[in-house]
Design a protein around this ligand. Structure first.
Ligand code: DX5
Ligand code: ZN
Length: 215
């Protein structure tokens, strides 16, 4: 069963609670939460207080995507604020194994993320250690961009590596996914699908239903 993880980066923050409720009622189980620090990526989004606040109102699984330099500095804080899974970029730290261990010690699922320019081979040494690999299908930093199709080839490579190692690994794709290209992402080997602008434009319930039909 493939999973849809709507990214609240494209939500209307005036109505954030209402929109999360609408996602739940439409059958969503995961929420993708993008954290940007203005250093690792050019933009700044939101952080612990927002996560802690929405945590009070929902039992959705919080799939937190850290786009921050030296993520090891903040793992305990994000765990405490209510993350269920913490993804960090391997390009953002020298301490990859230690950061994975820190996430697990906090009792959370751990994911590593790779940018479009980072090869699949860079993730390979960590596959046994993590619960998820997040393969970015756009340059991280902004919602509403177009999917880079070559990134899906890395999904296939990582799925093959995981299968060869006998690992039951989640592979998530993030960036530019819509109902027209989601099937190609699943076919490539992804089982967790992030979508931001394609969920929050126009009618959220209808968009979720259209995605779920294709998963
Ligand atoms: C981009 C973020 C994404 C973003 C996806 O840096 O990691 O999660 O919200 O938005 P769409 O689906 O609009 O590309
Ligand atoms: Zn993301």
């Amino acid at each position: 069963m493939n999973i849809l993880s709507p990214s609240i980066l494209s939500a209307d923050f005036w109505k954030l609670g209402e929109q999360i409720r609408e996602l739940e009622q439409a059958g969503v189980t995961y929420l993708h939460v993008d954290v940007m620090d203005g250093l690792f990526v050019p933009s700044i989004s939101y952080g612990m207080p927002v996560i802690a606040s929405i945590r009070k109102g929902t039992d959705l699984f919080f799939d937190v995507h850290l786009m921050i330099e030296k993520p090891e500095r903040y793992i305990a804080d994000f765990a405490k604020s209510g993350a269920d899974l913490i993804n960090f970029h391997i390009e953002a730290t020298k301490h990859i194994e230690e950061t994975i261990a820190q996430i697990h010690r906090a009792g959370k699922k751990a994911g590593i993320t790779i940018k479009p320019g980072t090869p699949a081979s860079a993730a390979e040494p960590y596959l046994e250690l993590v619960d998820m690999v997040l393969v970015m299908t756009v340059e991280p930093g902004f919602g509403g961009q177009k999917l880079i199709p070559e990134c899906l080839e890395k999904v296939t490579l990582i799925r093959k590596m995981a299968d060869e190692k006998g690992l039951d690994l989640d592979i998530e794709v993030d960036g530019g996914i819509n109902t027209d290209n989601v099937e190609s992402a699943v076919l490539a080997g992804a089982n967790v699908i992030v979508a931001g602008s394609a969920i929050f434009r126009d009618n959220v319930t209808e968009n979720v239903k259209a995605f779920l039909k294709k998963l």
